[in-house]
Design a binder for this molecule. Structure first.
Ligand code: FMN
Length: 217
């Protein structure tokens, strides 16, 4: 069994897929089930996924993704969406949490009220939350796919209005990412270098002046 840290080391953003690769629908379902174990604000689970698997649909999607070949070659591309009306599901979600014996009815009522207060009048924040939560699910999915020997690639290179029209995406959903999944072929870059840890991490106030990484202040 490969450790999580090893999976993190192995994962890379795949561009070249074997066009003959296949990922059964049952495996797509399993990957998405694991992805939904990701956390989300108030457990509102903003993520939604459209699995594009048929050749003709992949070709349409590839054209919308500025003709990036990986969309046509990958076995499946997920259109990852975020629900900007997720707060309206709060009563139902909190009821489930009561049924599961986790929340008391009083706690559920508090969370429902909080969801209303936090989101109802704040459309920009709702969009941010939808993107945040769906991104958590997308990252989770990439790691589970990696654990199952599959390659993945996140993509923001697509024409949003064209995507909405071609795949009938309602206004309440923000397209967050395309996520290609499949069997890789030769020619992918290795995972690229990252910035040094000291450029991205500061232990606040411990041994270093606040704002020790560039441009923080
Ligand atoms: C939000 C986001 C959008 C991306 N969009 C694209 C894309 O449209 N096309 C593409 O080939 N790669 C895309 N990538 C992949 C990045 O280029 C890649 O993750 C980065 O170069 C680091 O590569 P590595 O993870 O393999 O080291 C995207 C990655 C993220 C996180």
């Amino acid at each position: 069994m490969v450790s999580l840290t090893e999976l993190l080391q192995r994962r890379l953003s795949t561009v070249h897929y074997n066009p003959d690769g296949h990922v059964p629908d049952s495996l797509v379902r399993e990957l998405v089930e694991y992805a939904t174990l990701a956390p989300s604000s108030l457990n509102l689970q903003h993520w939604r996924f459209i699995a594009v698997t048929a050749t003709a649909d992949k070709q349409r999607l590839q054209a919308i993704a500025f003709n990036q070949a990986q969309v046509g070659d990958a076995a499946v591309t997920l259109i990852v969406l975020g629900d900007m009306q997720a707060h309206t599901r709060a009563p139902e979600i909190m009821h489930q949490t009561v049924q599961a014996g986790i929340f008391s009815p009083e706690t559920a009522a508090t969370w429902i009220a909080f969801a209303k207060q936090l989101y109802e009048e704040r459309p920009a924040f709702r969009r941010e939350e939808a993107i945040r939560s769906a991104s958590m699910a997308a990252m989770t999915l990439m790691l589970v796919a990696q654990a199952k020997g599959l390659a993945t690639g996140p993509m923001i290179g697509f024409d949003e209005p064209a995507l909405r029209q071609a795949f009938a995406i309602a206004d309440r959903y923000v397209p967050v990412l395309l996520l290609t999944i499949g069997q890789p072929r030769a020619g992918n870059w290795p995972r690229k270098p990252r910035l040094p840890i000291d450029e991205v991490l500061e232990f606040y106030g411990v041994g270093a002046p606040a704002g020790s990484f560039p441009q923080r202040n």
